[in-house]
Design a binder for this molecule. Structure first.
Ligand code: AMP
Ligand code: MG
Length: 268
């Protein structure tokens, strides 16, 4: 898959209606599942290298509408990853303490250390999404956050050698309805159902506008956004894993050389 097609070109204007959430670029389910397996194996090796070298870290940011597939993506794409050097942070509505700080305070504390993979299930982007849609802070505050976010992400990339990948899992409104209904009707899924999600769905168009702005204003060379067609879970999993693998390969990591001569060591 030519993943450049899914990258938001820095400075471009994203229109989500122009992007088909159901697209699979000619791939069949079987092909995509095979490809995913290949990428999972490569990711296992690349993670080991990342940890051994400890020069870079990887931050994967996942954003989506409710039932958009953030949890499923983590489960499938990361299934070959060693949990010892990988950490998932789920960002919920901020606590009173978090609200007493700037919006990036809780986020900065959660970014991965060199050698590690960090996954954000929601992120600082909620502060220009749900916060904007529901006017949780005045426009004069949230409208400055796009610049704050770009500056913050540049610090992470340039000062901490962090590879940052941001995925918007793009589902259609119909697919969301299908998945929300499935949650309500399947006894094994009903624990995930949240009447608040049905309420939130009424703001779909406002969310799309907020997403378009976040994607357009905050896709940069050091922290690009990818819009992932996500109605087909198997396609979503394949491309997210491909993008992660390609990003790690672009780092040209090497196992560190030992500071001693292993051939001179004798074990009796
Ligand atoms: P879930 O991911 O389904 O567990 O839901 C987490 C909830 O936290 C979502 O409704 C988010 O919109 C909400 N949330 C996350 N970050 C923020 C934030 N910065 N401000 C307000 N709500 C947030
Ligand atoms: Mg939810």
């Amino acid at each position: 898959m030519d993943i450049k097609k899914l990258k938001v070109k820095p400075g471009s204007n994203v229109k989500l209606v122009d992007r088909d959430a159901d697209d699979s670029y000619g791939y069949t389910k079987e092909q995509a599942e095979q490809e995913l397996q290949k990428q999972q194996a490569r990711l296992t090796d690349l993670q080991e290298l990342l940890y051994a070298e400890r020069k870079h870290s990887l931050l994967v940011i996942l954003q989506a509408m409710d039932a958009g597939g953030k949890d499923g993506t983590i489960r499938h794409v990361m299934s070959g990853v060693n949990p010892q050097s990988c950490h998932v942070t789920s960002f919920k509505a901020p606590t009173a303490e978090e609200l007493g700080h700037d919006f990036l305070w809780r986020v900065h504390k959660a970014v991965p250390i060199k050698g590690n993979i960090g996954i954000f299930n929601r992120s600082h982007y909620e502060d220009v999404l749900v916060v904007r849609v529901h006017n949780l802070v005045p426009k004069s505050l949230w409208s400055k956050r796009y610049d704050h976010i770009n500056n913050f992400e540049r610090v992470l990339a340039e000062n901490s050698s962090m590879k940052i990948l941001k995925f918007f899992l793009h589902i259609s409104k119909d697919e969301q309805k299908k998945r929300l209904l499935e949650r309500l009707r399947d006894p094994r899924k009903v624990w995930k159902a949240n009447p608040g999600d049905i309420e939130e769905r009424k703001y779909w168009n406002d969310y799309m506008r907020a997403y378009e702005d976040a994607l357009s204003k905050c896709s940069t060379e050091v922290a690009p956004w990818y819009v992932i067609p996500a109605d087909k879970k198997w396609f979503r999993n394949m491309v997210v894993s491909e993008i992660i693998v390609e990003a790690l390969e672009s780092l040209h990591m090497k196992y560190p050389k030992p500071i001693f001569d292993p051939s001179k060591i004798v074990i009796k």
